[in-house]
Structure formats: structure tokens, C-alpha cells
Design a protein around this ligand. Structure first.
Ligand SMILES: [Zn+2]
Length: 359
């Protein structure tokens, strides 16, 4: 039986373990020992991701990530009515510890009741928040499941992430020429001026319903009184449309070429890198069908919502695993106003349990 009190306690206990991206070790040790107590065989891959299994064939994969964003140290969770909140100085870490605690509660419930359950594998990844790094380094030889349910979505568990964009990062490195700003500026070539020429020519913001572009950082110059020699622009664009992605690649490359012509003495390097690939769930997708059926069995109505972000599900799909991302009762992710709705968290545990009880 899913027990609300135990679930809330588990959540609060693991929320108190600091685990900003790159510092997940204490979380991994804690979750690993909980899983071993429940009878699972646990493993760590070379990257430090935690994988567990009950050793039976044809399992389904349940997954969540171990890391949280900043400010996420010394989190002090408390229950306020139907919500779990932080003290307002940090995030709560419901992303993704709500997902982890829902999975743990479902496993606890099943072991306690001593019922038969579906073979299961578990993957708890590192460094999701800094670009799905753990999942991209996950040793997929340790995973045999063909279907995955990822507990990492916003809102109630019935909220399924219907699509996710491709995410392309770009780094434009400009090298001009340094010179004394007051004595001989004529001899200099300002990389900041060149950067501004590039930035004003780039599209930015929301271009259409599923396409966005952002220049996130500019970094250049060293001191006030020198013509700045080097500047780096870092940005990203996302879309679910292959045409738009190709169009933006061309557009950014053309802008760089155009500005290069204006400043032939400068060197401009443009580097584009795909961080994760798009997907759109279809009605015949095995994991989607499984989750929808199970939700209906619990009296919950599945709702399909597109997302502008990526999750480990994007990486699992690239590795041939049909993956569905469901909500985990979290709201206001990545802010100090983040909260977890307890009835929704209980629903998430119920879904997880029901997935395991369904043959
Ligand atoms: Zn997350």
C-alpha cells in the first residue's frame, strides 16, 4: 500500500542531501543502500550513474536524475498544508527528488505487500541539469529494458511530455587585436564591437510555437583601458522542426560570414553542437500506450503537453528505448518558490506501483 506519511518522509529526507550537479555522490550512496535493502542488485557505471535491477528478463525501466540546480545546498523542506516547500532561500529539489521518492515508495509498497510485480530496472543519473551529461555517458550495456518511464516532468503525474525539441548550442569566438585604448586605439580591433555586430543580426526569442533562440552569455575583454582582443558569445536554439533547425544553422553561419567580411582582420570561429535530439510521441509508441492505459486504470486522465526542455528521455530514445516522461507533482522548478503537491506526489507513487503491478 502506498503510504502518504512514508512518502513525504522519504522525500524530505532525500531533499536534505545536497546534490548539485557534479556532487551527487551522497545521494547515489543513499539511494543505493535503500534499493539494496529492498532486495535490488545495484551497480555504478564508469560515470557514476546508479543502475539497479531485480535480475529478471524483459524489465521496464524507471528513471529519475540525482542532481539538482542551485541554490540547492542546505535545503530545509517543510510541509505546509498540502504542499512541501523550501524555506525560501533555496530551491526545494522536487526536480527530481519527487520522482525518486515516488519510485522508492512504489517499490517499498510492493515489497511490503509481497505481491508479484513486473521485472524492473532502475536508472538514477548524474548531471541531468547541465545538459543530460549523466544519461549521455550512461553505460547502456547495463540496461536491457525496451521501455522507460522517466519521472521528471512538471505538474501532476497524468501530464505526459508529448514532445521535446532538438537543442543546439553555439559558441562564437572572436579574436580581434588588443591595443592601448587611450594611446593608440587605431592599432586595435575590438572583439566586443564585432560581437555586437553579430548579436544584433541574430534572431532571438520565440520565433514560432516550437522554435526559440537565445544568446545566453557574452564574455570578453580584460580591462577598461584596452581594446578587447577576445570575446565569446554563447547561445542556443531549440525546435521540433528539422527545417527550422537547418534554417537556423544556415542563418547563424551566414551572419558570421557577413560580419567576417566587415572585419577581415578578425578571426571568428563558430562552433555548433547538438546537445539533445527532438522527439514527438506517437499513439503507437509502446511506453506511451503503457502509461496511458495505467493512468486510465487509476481513474486519471492523461494529458499530453509539449515541452521546451529536454530530459534523460531524449537520450534514452536515441538509444532505442521507448521513453515517456511523466509529471512528478513538482511546480515552479528551478526557483526558490518551487513546491511539491502532496496528493499529486501520492498519485505519482500510485502510477509507479500500478505500472509494476501490471503484467
Ligand atoms: Zn529534472
Amino acid at each position: 500500500m502506498i503510504r502518504r506519511e512514508r512518502l513525504v518522509q522519504t522525500f524530505c529526507d532525500i531533499a536534505k542531501i545536497d546534490s548539485p550537479s557534479g556532487e551527487e555522490e551522497n545521494m547515489a550512496i543513499n539511494i543505493s543502500s535503500r534499493l539494496e535493502t529492498l532486495g535490488f542488485k545495484t551497480m555504478r557505471d564508469a560515470y557514476g550513474n546508479l543502475v539497479a535491477s531485480d535480475g529478471r528478463p524483459d524489465p521496464i525501466l524507471l528513471s529519475a536524475h540525482l542532481d539538482t540546480v542551485e541554490p540547492g545546498r542546505g535545503i530545509n523542506p517543510s510541509v505546509k498544508g498540502d504542499r512541501i516547500v523550501s524555506d525560501g532561500t533555496t530551491i526545494l529539489g522536487g526536480d527530481c527528488k519527487a520522482g525518486i521518492s515516488a519510485i522508492l515508495e512504489a517499490l517499498e509498497s510492493i515489497m511490503e505487500d509481497g505481491v508479484e510485480y513486473h521485472p524492473v530496472e532502475l536508472a538514477f543519473t548524474r548531471e541531468e541539469e547541465i545538459g543530460l551529461v549523466g544519461a549521455r555517458n550512461l553505460d547502456f550495456n547495463l540496461i536491457t529494458a525496451k521501455e522507460a518511464i522517466v519521472f521528471d516532468g512538471e505538474g501532476p503525474v497524468s501530464q505526459i511530455t508529448a514532445s521535446s525539441p532538438t537543442y543546439v548550442g553555439f559558441d562564437i569566438e572572436i579574436t580581434g587585436r588588443a591595443a592601448h585604448a587611450g594611446v593608440e586605439p587605431e592599432k586595435g580591433l575590438s572583439s566586443i564591437k564585432i560581437a555586437s555586430e553579430i548579436i544584433t543580426r541574430l534572431p532571438q526569442g520565440r520565433l514560432d510555437e516550437n522554435t526559440t533562440v537565445n544568446v545566453g552569455t557574452i564574455e570578453g575583454g580584460t580591462v577598461r583601458n584596452a581594446v578587447p582582443e577576445t570575446t565569446t558569445i554563447r547561445g542556443e536554439f531549440r525546435s521540433t522542426s528539422i527545417e527550422n533547425l537547418d534554417g537556423l544553422r544556415v542563418q547563424i553561419t551566414d551572419v558570421v560570414k557577413e560580419v567576417e567580411k566587415l572585419f577581415p582582420d578578425a578571426t571568428i570561429n563558430n562552433h555548433l553542437h547538438v546537445e539533445f535530439e527532438t522527439y514527438t510521441l506517437t499513439d503507437d509508441d509502446p511506453a506511451t500506450m503503457r502509461v496511458k492505459e495505467t493512468l486510465k486504470g487509476l481513474g486519471l486522465k492523461p494529458s499530453m503537453k509539449p515541452s521546451g526542455g529536454g530530459t534523460d528521455g531524449n537520450v534514452f530514445r536515441l538509444n532505442g528505448i521507448s521513453s515517456v516522461v511523466v509529471g512528478m507533482a513538482d511546480h515552479g522548478m528551478h526557483t526558490v518558490r518551487e513546491y511539491v503537491t502532496i496528493p499529486d506526489l501520492v498519485d505519482a507513487a500510485h502510477l509507479c506501483e500500478a505500472l509494476l503491478r501490471t503484467k
